[in-house]
Write a protein that binds this ligand. Structure first.
Ligand code: SF4
Ligand code: SF4
Ligand code: SF4
Length: 353
């Protein structure tokens, strides 16, 4: 489990266990949920539609043997059912504001009953953007409920009547893989529910989503030119484990994702000019477009592209291998500095080694 999230989760559990620190615990829980949701937002905003119905780990046990779309749906359906049908005894968010129609979901259950092809088919049908909006609405609604909770509420237990209400809502499939959920939730008090569907369950599935998207990136990158359009080397980039390269649809370079429509201007410009990369462009030295507009901050990258222009991609990769084996650094700027001429001299000096 992610160390930061795991520690926050543990601390939150200890804080909510005492009356004097309960409010602080809820505050920490909301903070943890916001951090986890930020991960979800970044995946939904940066990954292409087809990423959401891939199952890169195939079928099997474990939260990562799923799809991104299913993980979203499952995590927030459970929260919606538990928060509304079980605790608040009101209408689930899914049954308000046409959410089922908007998400295009063929099911109203938690999705535990789906596996393999059935899970992929379900994921293809889901409108990911609308599902994300549904998830956000569920989260906001639960957050409001959590803010209103008092320490004394934590001991509240559930009854046969509560169980019957969930069964009646048909929100949990009667299949063996799902039906146990009802007993599981109802065997807990509110404190127990805070510790699972509203926190730990999120961590489990957000971590699984991270594994899925990283795997998709690695699969996409296989056999693809590892030199990025701007001159960076993907194999030596600190983002390499979770970026699929700007030559694939899984480009999660932070510069690209912050650009309008998630398209890096350098990639777009190269495409428009029919170039393999900026290193093939006669305007490279003075170019102020996209990544190069950051000037001194990204001059080291310009140097790498100029080096390719003068020597070759192969020579740059050889130099980068040597550099990384001899020096410890995260970003190439730390080695090449921000002056183009000086940076070139440094690269050339390493080229002779
Ligand atoms: S800045 Fe643009 S060209 Fe460079 S690695 Fe990122 S997406 Fe690719
Ligand atoms: S951020 Fe750029 S250089 Fe790094 S892996 Fe992604 S595309 Fe490659
Ligand atoms: S004009 Fe700039 S961004 Fe466009 S291909 Fe040339 S160097 Fe790259």
């Amino acid at each position: 489990m992610d160390k930061d999230w795991s520690e926050k989760n543990k601390k939150m559990q200890a804080l909510i266990a005492k009356d004097a620190t309960f409010d602080e615990g809820i505050k920490l829980l909301l903070e943890l949920r916001a951090e986890l949701f930020a991960q979800i937002t970044s995946i939904v905003k940066t990954f292409p539609a087809e990423a959401f119905y891939q199952m890169p780990f195939g079928t099997g046990d474990g939260s990562h043997h799923t799809t991104l779309a299913w993980s979203l749906w499952h995590t927030f359906r459970i929260e919606d059912i538990v928060a509304h049908t079980l605790i608040l005894k009101d209408n689930q968010i899914l049954f308000t504001d046409d959410w089922q129609k908007k998400t295009k979901s063929p099911i109203i259950t938690t999705g535990n009953e789906l596996d393999g092809e059935a899970m992929i088919d379900f994921s293809k049908k889901l409108d990911v953007k609308a599902t994300y909006d549904y998830c956000k609405t569920v989260m906001d609604s639960t957050n409001e409920m959590l803010k209103r909770l008092k320490f004394a509420d934590l001991k509240k237990k559930f009854t046969e009547e509560d169980k019957a209400r969930i069964v009646k809502s048909k929100s949990v499939s009667t299949s063996e893989s799902s039906v146990w959920l009802i007993d599981f939730w109802c065997s807990k008090n509110i404190k127990g529910l805070i510790q699972m569907p509203f926190s730990r369950h999120w961590i489990m599935h957000v971590e699984a989503m991270r594994r899925i998207k990283n795997k998709l990136c690695q699969q996409a990158k296989k056999g693809v030119d590892q030199i990025a359009c701007c001159g960076l080397s993907c194999g030596h980039c600190f983002l390499t484990s979770w970026c699929g390269s700007c030559r694939t649809i899984y480009n999660t370079c932070s510069f690209a994702t912050a650009s309008p429509d998630g398209v890096c201007p350098n990639v777009a410009c190269c495409k428009e000019k029919g170039l393999d990369g900026c290193y093939e462009c006669s305007e490279l030295y003075n170019c102020k477009k996209g990544f190069y507009s950051l000037g001194k901050e990204t001059n080291a990258i310009r140097v790498m592209a100029l080096f390719i222009q003068k020597y070759s991609k192969k020579e740059l990769l050889r130099v980068m291998d040597t550099l990384h084996s001899k020096k410890k650094f995260d970003k190439i700027q730390e080695v090449l500095g921000d002056d183009v001429e000086e940076g070139m001299k440094i690269l050339e000096s390493w080229s002779k080694k």
